[in-house]
Structures are given as C-alpha cells and as structure tokens.
Design a binder for this molecule. Sequence first.
Ligand SMILES: *[C@@H]1O[C@H](CO)[C@@H](O)[C@H](O)[C@H]1NC(C)=O
Length: 346
Amino acid sequence: MRSFHSLLLALTSLVALTHALQYRGADFSSLINVENQGVRYKHNGQTQPFETILKNQGCNLARIRIWTSNNYNEYNLAYGLALAKRAAAAGMDIYVDLHYSDTWADPGKQAIPSSWPKDLAGLNTKIYEYTRDVVLAFQNQGTPAKYIELGNEINSGMLWPVGRVSNNNFNNLSELLHSAAAGARAASSSVKTMVHLANGWNWGTVDWFFSGVYLPGKLATSDVDVLAFSLYPFYGTGASLSALRSSLTQTANKFGKEIMVVETNWPAVCSGVTLSEKFPVSAAGQSQWLNEVKNIVNGLPNGRGTGLLYWEPGWIGNANLGSSCSDALLVDPSGSTRSSVNMFAA
Ligand SMILES: *[C@@H]1O[C@H](CO)[C@@H](O)[C@H](O)[C@H]1NC(C)=O
C-alpha cells in the first residue's frame, strides 16, 4: 500500500515536471528606446534582434505597456504597435498592458491621462472607447492581442482620485473596470481581459481586492478572464516562494480564473538589500528563482496557472529601474545574454 502510494506520488510529480507552462514570456517594452541608444544584443557571441534571441530561447508571449502620452518614445500606441509587429513576426503572442495614464501607473500612482475627463461618467465612456480602440488597433494591423490588461498594479484602484479605492469602497473602480472590459469585448470576442495587482504573494491583499471589486451591476466575474500578479523579491521578505504558493493556490480555489505571474525578476547584481529567498545574486540565482516560480504557477490547482513573465530583461542603461538592486537583467552590460535566459525553455 505504501509503495503504491509512493508510486502514485512519483507519477504525479513526473506529470507536473513534464507538463510545460503554457506561456513563458517577457515584458521588453523598452526595446525600441534602448536600441535607439545604440544597444545591441548577443547570444553565444552572435548579434541578433532581442526578440529573436528571446523567441529562440522559448519566449512565447510579449507584454507591451501602453501609456496615453503623445510621445512615441513614451510607450504610446504607435510605439506599442511597432513593437508588437516585431514580437509577432518573431512568433510570439501579444499581451497589451494598459496603464490608463500618461506615465507609469503602480500602487503609488494612478494619474488620470491629461486629456481625459475627470468625472466618473466621462471616464466610463472614455475608458470603454479607449480600450475598444486599442484592441481594434492591434487587431487591424494583424497582431491581435491575446491578452489585454485593464490597468497596471491597481491594488488601490486606478484613474485617481475618481477610481481610487478608499475605505474599502470599490464602487467607482468596479464601474470603470466593467466599462473597460466591455470595451475590450466590443472589439474582440477572443481577447482575454486581465486584472493586475502587485504583491501576488500577499493573500490578504488578493483576497480583500477580489472579494470587493465584483459588484452587482458593475464588474461581473464574467468580465474578467485572468488574474495577474507582480512578484518582486527585493521589496520585502514577505515575497517568499512559500507565500506565493499559498496565495496563488487560495486564489485559484476561491476565485478561479486563469492565473499568471506577469512581472518578476531576480538580481544578478545587488548589495545592501535583503531578498525574500536565500538564492545567490547571480545568473544561477536568477535561474533558481525563475524555475521555482515557474513550478509554483505550473502546479496550481486545476491547471489555473498559465504564465510567467520576466520584467524588462534587457533594459541596459536603466537596469535598476523598478528594483532596489542595481541589475536584474537577463543580459550583461554589453548586451550578451546571461545563462538565466534559459528561463523561457519549456
Ligand atoms: C466616485 O464617483 C462619484 C460619482 O462621480 C463621486 O461623487 C465620488 O467622489 C467618486 N469617488 C471618489 C473616491 O472619487
């Protein structure tokens, strides 16, 4: 009986090991800007477009951030479309990350675009039309979005102050997300809508948010296809792998939906920062972190986990952005890939 049990266990882990995570992706939105500064990328000594290197390693999903800025190099729609052409030509699926802001949106800032209305009714109309039009634009150039993210790291809402969550009041955010999702559905019957939070390891936050955001007549569970999370090891020791496994498992069990870790990285160079796991600060440590996260996502109940994406693996010249470590790239300062680029392998 005992040996039958261990045989079963061995078989189950074998199945888990041989089942590849569907999406191994990256957000390399900065690529065109970085190339314009003269950076080129090399794999095994051979210079190649970065998207080609990533694709050849197994990267199959390109996350592209879009801001409402008028400037091309500030991730406006034209910039995103140009990047999507290259990613799609390399063979990747497209994932569009809408910030609904002229600049970075994250849990600390969610400014309404300067040209948008500033009241709830006006914003509902605007976010519907804008989301619809962005999905249509990607579709019309032949690079349809598989995924559309409705706001970036919206733990405290978006389009502040109107869509801010305060005193546990999700009313305005719930309406705005419903309008955004309706816009996406109006443009495409197949695009998958995502709601994205920071700190996916924190079950308290995740549970509070998704217990509050669905409201009758506003955001419906059917409006949302994917729950997406960021996971950074350098903002606090709480972002451990065991906390991630626990949080995402409970998320899958309580809220269902497809689940992805859509932003993560691990440093290759870092000092003076306490990381959430005791892995080396090196390419080997990066691989270790990514393999562990990949296994956690891949092992979620009912196959809910579908993707893991690296955040900005090639942003040379700005390697520490979004990090408290000096370099969390998958390439070295000369643009040559580190061994950790193998994270995209199935
Ligand atoms: C939500 O929208 C209503 C209606 O426009 C507005 O009165 C209220 O101030 C908004 N809430 C916040 C937090 O801005």
